[in-house]
Design a protein around this ligand. Structure first.
Ligand code: PLP
Length: 431
């Protein structure tokens, strides 16, 4: 299974041996490790990653799906180079943070005000606190398979089986106010929260780490009604879907409004970022001049809204704001999902190609996939095998993870994905 990959990556192999001595698992984020060892990247440009052995990979992982314009897009690099001369980190207020917040307000429904963070994890942590502060209620509900970063209160029910703790070191206390709900199942959900005082329901409109499963529109509408009925804040975690599904994210794509929205990834234009936004009435809880302790809800951070990230984010949103590129990517996404399905079906391989917009993943199962349980029940070994075969032939998906499209992907890149998939399907034809 690994022979082809190992023969092409000797320098990565030795770098991994070196890395393992100083970085747990030889990586800086556990999910970046894959068997037998990850390749080490030397540079990246456009749709491609280049490893230390000189191998080229068409990149569908795109920096955890953040790089919708591909690697190092010229417009962003130019703007950032210009900003580098003016300072990398001020630690004071500056105009770029206003401009980016204004741009978000223009594009995203219900986003009158924004606060920036350095990661999606932080944004979800602060939005959770804000929801509790605003509603005066303690419980937070999230969905099985939903990944919102490593913040204790949300780090539950990510992987199947959902009742096994996701990490050592999570205390009972940290999780006792978190409720885990089944995805795309409104009736079950109503039952689960019936007797609970819930401050907010946090949902990823497309489960990213949970396998690329999109929310069903009717379910999302029902969820909105349920939240209105019970005075619960509906929070969209759009760290993946934001500025990808539509210029206004999942709210625009599905036609359902959130009370608060969380962003990350694409918003940073290739630099670290997170943000949470909402109506003035809620966001003003973060203003200590309006709300004094104990009513005030804290948010902060040394590198928040640093001018490099703000510059890159602003340039990125300017490129995406009219929706033209996003629409093209959405059409391409629909087409690729269809073509991948056809290839596997032609070889009698049971497969579900899931996703929405320019996000997609392949699960080897007959079962229709509407939640993360079905994702984890599918044949993951087969998926890893397929992903590794692609990697050995110059196409990178982080094994088992949801892939994404960028405006840098060419027709040839997509044709190669399809032809390598065809080869894989032929070799693994059902007998
Ligand atoms: C939907 C979602 N929310 C939150 C996060 C956490 O963001 P970060 O890794 O920037 O902390 C991620 C990261 O993958 C994510 O996919």
């Amino acid at each position: 299974m690994f022979e082809e990959y190992i023969s092409k990556t000797p320098t990565s192999k030795s770098l991994h041996e070196r890395a393992r001595k100083v970085l747990p698992a030889g990586v800086s984020y556990g999910i970046r490790f894959f068997e037998p060892y990850p390749f080490y990247t030397a540079k990246a440009k456009g749709s491609k990653l280049y490893d230390v052995d000189g191998n080229e990979y068409i990149d569908f992982w795109l920096g955890h799906t953040a790089l919708i314009l591909g690697h190092s897009p010229p417009a962003i690099i130019k703007a950032v180079k210009n900003q580098l001369e003016k300072g990398t980190h001020y630690g004071t207020s500056h105009e770029l943070e206003i401009a980016l917040a204004e741009q978000i307000t223009k594009m995203v429904p219900n986003a009158q005000m924004t606060r920036f963070t350095n990661s999606g994890t932080e944004a979800n942590m602060y939005v959770t606190r804000l929801a509790r502060a605003y509603t005066g209620k303690k419980k937070i509900a999230k969905f099985e398979g939903g990944w919102h970063g490593g913040y204790d209160a949300l780090h539950v029910g990510v992987k199947h089986p959902f009742d096994v703790p996701e990490s050592a070191g999570l205390t009972k206390g940290a999780l006792e106010d978190t409720i885990c709900l089944p995805f795309n199942d409104l009736e079950e959900e109503k039952k689960k929260i019936k007797n609970e005082e819930v401050a907010a329901i946090l949902i990823e409109p497309v489960l990213g780490a949970g396998g690329g499963v999109p929310v069903e529109e009717e379910f999302l509408k029902g969820l909105r009604e349920l939240c209105d009925e019970k005075n619960i804040l509906l929070i969209f975690d759009e760290v993946i879907t934001g500025f990808r599904l539509a210029p206004g994210g999942a709210q625009q794509f599905y036609g359902v409004k959130a009370d608060l929205t969380v962003f990350g990834k694409i918003l940073g234009g290739g630099f670290p970022v997170g943000a949470f936004c909402g109506p003035r009435e809620i966001m003003e809880r973060l203003d200590s001049r309006v709300y004094e302790r104990p009513l005030f809800s804290f948010h902060g951070g040394t590198f928040t809204a640093n001018p490099i990230t703000m510059t890159a984010g602003l340039e990125t949103l300017k490129i995406l704001k009219d929706g033209r590129l996003i629409n093209n990517l959405n059409k391409l996404g629909d087409k690729i999902r269809e073509q991948l399905r056809e290839i596997f079906e032609a070889h009698d391989i049971d497969v579900q190609v899931v996703g929405a917009s320019s996000l997609f993943n392949t699960h080897f199962t007959r079962e229709n996939i509407k939640d993360a349980t079905a994702v984890f029940k599918a044949d993951r070994k087969k998926l890893i095998d397929y992903n590794l075969k692609l990697i050995a032939n110059g196409i990178f998906f982080l094994p088992t993870h949801t892939g994404a499209l960028s405006t840098a992907h060419s027709k040839t890149d997509i044709e190669k994905l399809l032809s390598e998939t065809e080869k894989y399907a032929k070799q693994n034809k059902a007998t």
